[in-house]
Design a protein around this ligand. Structure first.
Ligand code: P5A
Length: 440
């Protein structure tokens, strides 16, 4: 993409409405704009990141055998009356009437919709287990939408729902998601700590939140410092094997929000306990038959007996993750994207637009990136070099390649790593080979 053509409205000044660094940087780096309180439009750079995050989530879900569907944003109130949540959900639910006066709502979650589908379509134990997910916009009319996309009213969630015949199998479905989540966050450069959690309006008695540590996190968390050194399970996870030992090793040794932290019963020695602030980037639940009973998700078992399905649901805050990654990875100059979610992998800076040689070399490198299928943003604007460097640092692409007359005299271009600031010089041929090597 050529910067001269890109819609990337960056801001030099800090916007007054942003209280935390991720919100500030998302506005300054031209990623989002607020349309109404807690409701955002995603501009090209921001949308590219959102899609990259969604794609990682998708790949890790698919690896577990979960299947992608797409459910509507607008739901009928009828199913929520059946589950009993229509009244319970309160003011967080955005309620809508259609032209016939029917009660509709903008879905804050989709347990009812998916359970209704399964209740209608799955009748035999032979068709189970099933795990269905979608990546879809949700709406929660939060009292205090704040921190930009971190606590929005409209937000993108990956939500999935597992259907099993018995507790052991449901627990295995839960464990699969537990492990898949660790892998998902690790691919985004995040260390997410699973913590036993309250179930709130979703219900059930087994639940974990996935928390990443950041100073601006909304909850105070306590955990064993050993947790911080555990590495996410690698490539070799066999999702059909018994995952319980792995889950047990990972499940938080002790964690709670500040109201609940109970120093007397804490199983972690005081010296090993770390206190930090965290951002909840995912939440998983096992709730048995809470929805399958009222919505009639029942199948015929092998002996002709009726089995009410055991369920769990699993959420990842896809749009929240954009902010959370920035909270975890930035410096005074701007965002530092991990390569896996960066809007573009390489930023190419032409330091003297109009100089025949600079232009030619930039075109050659840009052409090489296109040929190799590497995402490159080419800053071809006729502007001051200092401003272009500052802009590249702000938007946070992992690599910068600078092409200027001084280097070209010796046939060299400069490569900078955004994260550690390390610079090296490369010949034009080496730069081409390096760019080609960045193709996935
Ligand atoms: C699990 C999937 C659920 O809704 N039902 C379907 C269950 N869980 S949850 O914890 O309420 O939400 C899942 C994740 O969504 C993100 N999230 C938000 N992101 C941005 N703005 C919000 N207002 C918001 N509310 C929830 C969180 O990451 C949460 O873990």
């Amino acid at each position: 993409m050529r910067r001269s053509q890109l819609f990337l409205p960056t801001l030099k000044e800090n916007p007054a409405e942003a209280q935390i660094v991720s919100h500030r940087l998302m506005l300054r780096a031209g990623m989002v704009r607020q349309s109404a309180a807690g409701i955002y439009s995603w501009l090209p750079a921001g949308y590219r990141v959102l899609q990259k995050i969604a794609q990682i989530v998708r790949e890790e879900q698919d690896a577990t055998g979960a299947q992608e569907v797409l459910m509507p944003t607008i739901q009928s109130a009828d199913m929520w009356r059946k589950s009993g949540r229509y009244d319970d959900y309160g003011k967080e639910m955005l309620r809508i009437n259609d032209r016939h006066g029917r009660d509709m709502l903008f879905g804050p979650t989709a347990e009812e919709v998916i359970t209704d589908i399964v209740a209608n379509e799955i009748n035999s134990y032979r068709d189970l287990p099933k795990n269905l997910y979608n990546i879809q916009w949700k709406f929660r009319d939060e009292v205090r939408p704040r921190f930009g996309v971190m606590r929005g009213r409209e937000f993108l969630m990956k939500d999935n729902y597992s259907f099993d015949l018995d507790y052991d199998s449901a627990r295995h479905s839960y464990n699969k998601m537990f492990i898949a989540y660790l892998r998902t966050y690790a691919r985004m450069g995040l260390k997410a700590i699973p913590m036993a959690a309250d179930t709130g309006p979703i219900g059930g008695d087994l639940s974990h939140e996935f928390i990443i540590l950041a100073e601006t996190g909304e909850s105070e968390v306590y955990c064993d410092k050993a947790m911080l050194d555990l590495d996410a399970p690698g490539e070799e996870v066999d999702f059909d094997s018994d995952l319980q030992p792995l889950v047990d090793r990972w499940a938080s040794i002790y964690a709670a929000t500040d109201e609940k932290h109970d120093a007397v019963n804490c199983p972690v020695a005081a010296d090993d306990l770390v206190t930090a602030r965290g951002i909840e980037v995912g939440h998983i639940f096992y709730f048995g038959t809470k929805y399958s009973t009222p919505l009639g998700a029942v199948v015929q078992g092998p002996d002709g007996n009726q089995i009410t399905l055991e369920m769990g649901s699993y959420g990842i805050g896809v749009s929240r993750l954009v902010g959370a990654i920035i909270e975890a990875s930035h410096d005074d100059d701007g965002i530092i994207w991990p390569e896996s979610v960066a809007p573009w992998t390489i930023g190419l800076i032409n330091l003297k637009v109009g100089d025949e040689e600079c232009d030619a070399v930039c075109e050659a490198l840009y052409g090489e990136a296109k040929r190799a299928g590497v995402d490159m943003l080419y800053d071809d604007r006729d502007e001051r070099a200092g401003g272009k460097f500052a802009d590249m640092d702000l938007i946070g692409l992992p690599w910068q390649v600078a092409v200027g007359p001084r280097g070209l005299k010796d046939g060299m271009v400069e490569l900078k790593n955004r994260a550690d600031g390390e610079r090296s010089t490369l010949s034009i041929d080496d730069a081409k080979a390096w760019i080609a090597g960045k193709s996935a």
